[in-house]
Each structure stands twice: as C-alpha cells, then as structure tokens.
Design a protein around this ligand. Sequence first.
Ligand SMILES: C[S@@+](CC[C@H](N)C(=O)[O-])C[C@H]1O[C@@H](n2cnc3c(N)ncnc32)[C@H](O)[C@@H]1O
Length: 293
Amino acid sequence: MDNSPTVHIPVLGTEVLDFLAIRPGQTVLDGTLGGGGHTRLFAEHIEPGGRIIAVDRDPAAVKAAETSLAGLPIHVACSTYSELPEVLDAIAVQWADAVLLDLGLSSDQLTDSERGFSYDADGALDMRYDPSQGEPAWRLLGRLSAEHLATIIFEYGEERFSRRIAREIVARRRQDPIRTARDLAQLVRRCVPRSKHHRIDPATRTFQALRIAVNRELDELKTGLDRIPDRLSPGGRIAVISFHSLEDRIVKNAFRSDDRLSIITRKTIRPSDEEVARNRRSRSARMRVAERV
Ligand SMILES: C[S@@+](CC[C@H](N)C(=O)[O-])C[C@H]1O[C@@H](n2cnc3c(N)ncnc32)[C@H](O)[C@@H]1O
C-alpha cells in the first residue's frame, strides 16, 4: 500500500455509533482499524476523556493510520483482534466500553494491485493481510491436492463448481503455475457459468474462499468472539459487521451461546438504500450487537 489517503468508506457509521452508545469518556476498541473511518467517527464522540485502542493485522494499514490519525486520542498496534487482550495488557488497560469488528478487507487493500485481492490485478496472488505471516494464496494453489482445494472453495466460498475449479487448477499448474489474481480469475470464469440473474463476477466466491483460507479468518473470528467479551465492562457493547453468511452465522451462534452477553439486535442491522446507493460495498453488510451482562 502506498502513502495515498484511504479510499475506504466506513459502513453503517451512524448505526455503529448509536448501537454502541458511544459517549464522552469511553474506552473504545477498534479491532479492524483499516482506513480508520470508524475510528475517526469514534474520536469525534469520546472526548473529553475518552480513548481508542485500534489494531489491524495489516502492517501497511497500521502505518498509514499512524500518520493520518496523528493527534487523536488513539493507541494503534499491529495485531489480530483475537489478541486484543494482550494489546490491552501491554498498555495496562483492563476494560473497554465498546468494541467494533468490521470484518473482511478494506477498499485500500482491494485496490492495491500488489496484494492480489482484486480479480484483474497482475501482481502476485498473495491475499495475506499480514504479508509476514503464513502462506500466500499462490503457494496454496501450487501445493494443495485437488480434494483439499475443492473443500476450501466449497466450504468458504459456497461455490457449487468447486470440484471443477480445483481440478482445473491442478491440471493447469502441471504446465504453468498460477501466480496472479488475473490468472486465477480467468481460470474460474472458464469453469463457472455466468448467472443470468446475478451480475457478480463468477470468480467472487473462489476469491472469498481463498482469502478466508489464507488468513484463517473464521478461526480468528471464533477466537476473537470467545476472548474479547472478558474485557468488556458491564454494560459494554460489542458490534460485529460481517459481509457474508459464513461470518454472520458464527457471530449469531457465538452471541446466542455466550452467558456473558445479552443480545441487543434480534435481527441484523442492514444499511439503508441511501447508504447502498452511496457506497456499493455496503450492500452485503449486516451488523449484530450484544452487551456484557
Ligand atoms: C473492512 S476493513 C475495516 C475498515 C475500517 N472499519 C474503516 O472504517 O476504515 C477490515 C480491516 O480488518 C483487518 N483485519 C482482517 N482480519 C483481521 C484480524 N483478524 N485482526 C485484525 N485486523 C484484521 C484488515 O486488514 C482490514 O484492514
């Protein structure tokens, strides 16, 4: 990511502030700092006396935020949100009044052709939020069996043509390994018939699946939801914004089965038509909120 300003527009901004009941004096945790959009909104409402602790696992996002958010009452760290308790311990903070997890990737990451998240980029198909951890996507595509790839694409992408795509990846890599996002998108488009009803790119589900696998996103979410409520003050709230049904199901079940929490949103909170018109990325967002009892 270069040093240009963020292009990410925060989703459900007003709803996040209302449902988390953000007020002056509070300690707020932003577990997915990204372009700092939500954090900037929090900063407008917590003073005097409040503070924000914000983490992102992408070092480039953290570096950009350190510059763009300078002067605000905010502590920024490069960490996963599942490790927020350790971040709090390191700065001797016991409790938070509000926590936000805005899942997935930011528009800054999507539009950076070197990261491999967008279909037509010809940089390496990496897809790691933190490029110093784990394996890039291109290496997984070169190493895993067809069965394993099909399982990932089916389970994390809910893709009906997962076996066909996996077979094609394995056949192709014998001659010429897949290196770029564009290579993969073209291969998937040849395997998946374009739907007459939906305008989404046929590669969308496979890209989602690989990104989830590369970053172990669902394990991270389960661990985060297990650990973070212990650091919420009584009456403190947690909001999670998810962008697909796999994430939302995990959030729903975690909130329901957690004795420490009472659910605030019986149904998910969705963006208004006006917000979707303004920011197309918000169209699949849904938010759930719970409160520490
Ligand atoms: C949708 S963006 C957040 C955007 C932000 N709320 C804003 O308004 O600018 C999601 C961010 O979460 C980060 N991320 C994804 N998984 C993470 C994790 N397990 N821990 C910390 N950050 C994570 C990504 O690197 C990305 O920057």
